[in-house]
Design a binder for this molecule. Structure first.
Ligand SMILES: NC(=O)c1ccc[n+]([C@@H]2O[C@H](COP(=O)([O-])OP(=O)(O)OC[C@H]3O[C@@H](n4cnc5c(N)ncnc54)[C@H](O)[C@@H]3O)[C@@H](O)[C@H]2O)c1
Length: 250
């Protein structure tokens, strides 16, 4: 596993109790960072922190990223524990059910946008002021190829992820005069628990769109995230990094 010099850097990774976020936590810890796992599933987050093993460099915070008061509380808990935040990986997300727009339940649409887009905004809204104290930091927003292409029968998810890409570009420009870099990642389908929310037909459709001919892995996404969090990612901001197995070549 390649490592970057993240010694002493304090990272928040949302949704890191499992999947891509957990793999990113492993990577950042291996590079010397401190990691706060922010996840709505506190029990699994605590188990994940224990599995990661670095008890003095990792801790779990129970937080629903779509609720402002909880996000503010999580920021306060993290800065009390670790004294600052240098890296924010906005990774938590849900996929939601597969159905066409004209049948989509209104409440479910709102819930997906609330977590997948508004949650990213709330975490940036809360953490950027902490980063601005040192005028340095790295923000990675995990979007999706769905946000670039629009997956059929997943309009809420696709729209929210397109919104994350737009938010990334705006925030990057707002912070470009500092050393805070803001970039998005657009994975294609990767083998994680999120697939349990999808129909078999939807997963088959998404796999068929990947020229490399297989699903991505959590490690492949984590490797890209680690670079995006590193000091080496210094002259790139507002960009969209691809882990789509050739599906999106733009
Ligand atoms: N796996 C894929 O195929 C794929 C493809 C493209 C993009 N993504 C994106 O990657 C990110 C990670 O996905 P994953 O596949 O690892 O999913 P996952 O379901 O394995 O993990 C997501 C984590 O987010 C947490 N979470 C959900 N809602 C939350 C909330 N409101 N507040 C805090 N935490 C919450 C869950 O508890 C879970 O631990 C998501 O944003 C997802 O949209 C995944």
């Amino acid at each position: 596993m390649n490592q970057y010099d993240l010694k002493g850097q304090i990272a928040v990774i949302t949704g890191a109790a499992r999947g891509i976020g957990y793999a990113a936590a492993e990577r950042l810890l291996a590079s010397g960072a401190f990691v706060a796992i922010w996840d709505v599933d506190r029990q699994v987050a605590e188990k994940a922190a224990a599995m990661l093993g670095n008890t003095d460099r990792v801790f779990a915070v129970g937080v629903d990223i779509s609720v402002w008061e909880q996000v503010e509380q999580a920021t306060a808990e993290t800065t009390d524990k670790f004294d600052g935040i240098d890296i924010l990986v906005n990774n938590a997300g849900i996929a939601g059910p597969n159905m066409p727009v004209w049948e989509f339940p209104i409440d479910t649409w709102r819930q997906i946008v609330d977590i997948d887009l508004n949650g990213v905004f709330l975490c940036c809204r809360s953490v950027v002021p902490v980063m601005l104290r040192k005028k340095t930091g790295r923000i990675v927003n995990v979007a999706s190829v769905a946000g670039k292409e629009g997956n059929p029968n997943a309009a809420a998810y696709s729209a929210a992820k397109a919104g994350v890409i737009g938010l990334t570009k705006s925030l990057a420009k707002e912070l470009a005069h500092t050393d805070i870099r803001v970039n998005a990642l657009t994975p294609a389908t990767a083998e994680t628990d999120i697939l349990k929310q999808l129909s078999v037909e939807q997963i088959d459709y998404m796999r068929s769109r990947i020229p490399i001919g297989r699903l991505g892995t959590t490690e492949e996404n984590a490797a890209m995230i680690a670079f995006m969090c590193s000091p080496d990612c210094s002259f790139t901001t507002g960009a969209v990094f691809d882990t789509s197995g050739g599906r999106c070549t733009y």
